[in-house]
Design a protein around this ligand. Sequence first.
Ligand SMILES: [Zn+2]
Length: 439
Amino acid sequence: MPPHAADMEAINVRLPLTDREGLFRLAIRDGRFASIEPQPEWIVSERHVPIGSLSLERLGAAAAIDLQGRVMLPGFVDAHMHLDKAYSLPHVGNRSGTLLEAIENYRSAAPSFSKETIRGRIVKAALNAASFGTTALRSHLDVPLMHSRELAMRTIEAALEAREMVSEYVGIQFFPMYYHDPGRERELNEFAAETLRMGIDGVGGAPHLTPDPAGGIDWAFRTALAFDRPIDLHTDESDDPEVKTIDILCDYVLRHGYAGRATAGHLCSLSAMEQGEADRLMGKMASAGIGAVTLPAVNLYLQGRGDRGNVRRGVTRVRELRKAGVRIAAASDNIQDPFHPFGRGDLLQIGLMTAYAAHLAGEEDLYEVLRMLTELPASILGLQDYGVSAGKPAGFVVLDAASAEQALQELPSSRWVYNKSRWIHASETRKEWADPHMA
Ligand SMILES: [Zn+2]
């Protein structure tokens, strides 16, 4: 427990993932939820300081806080980011707006990025995510071994140093996108082994973009098994329904008992397939126990570029995957880089995009969207001790919203983030009218 840990209690808290209507009072001791109790009615208390308009310092010193009916969610979990590339857009463009040009341009520019530059981008992107309420995330890393080993290692070192720097704010898992070229496997084995020993968390990659996708998946499993690590692959990020490495990935997960330890991101081609084949694959994913991650912002931006007229959206079958029994999360993917010029690391924004792109806007759906930003990615990332319940470490975000609906309707910019035994960030929007009565 860090020395700044302070015990605290809060009243008039809404926990929409626990109970949609009710109010709660809760206590935090030694950085953990000590108790969470339903409140029969609204509490009026002089002793409890309203959370709004308190400086972070005063908030940190307050032992009793009134949330005034605001929503508290467990910290957002961003299951798929690219922190090392974030904010590189001014240096790397993408004129066609396609995935292939983004990859090519980034690859050409990579040698010009120093370790300090990459580390700075990772720190900035991670802290921005934390400021919006993300307490844990998984980032893929670009490791262009085809350029040189030194260049690939530069990103690994930058990432591990950056993780250390932000560890009091947000937890990070790193999955390098190892590029499997059958002709250069020995070099890759040696590099992957070293990075996994250095503290890299798992095996990433994008087999559908390599010369031998089946061989690439085989390599990923051999490596993951040898080091007992999870796997997270960019899977079928293509509009072409014939691209279906997910089929092979499922076979390997089933064969090696990797249920709960394998994740497939994107799954764009799944949305372009005819129904029968898509149903077969979604059923297979469910029986294999593969976690899925949809990246709506980047898919809407990059996919469908070749279509005229009825343009495909690229976003995978979110509702159907859910119905088939596949755990599916929504995540940020790229932020302000050649793969995606927008985004800011705010998972609530991604939640709204998911609601649009996947037609998830019914009353039940909104709660599911919030779960896709919290509990589901936490489970996919294998996070232990996650959630707002007694005994768990307190990591949460308070939104300036009175309900789940309002959180997605207003995307409130006023948020208060608590992690690792203290308030780590507060942002509050001041609204003033020239004529005060207009408020
Ligand atoms: Zn990605």
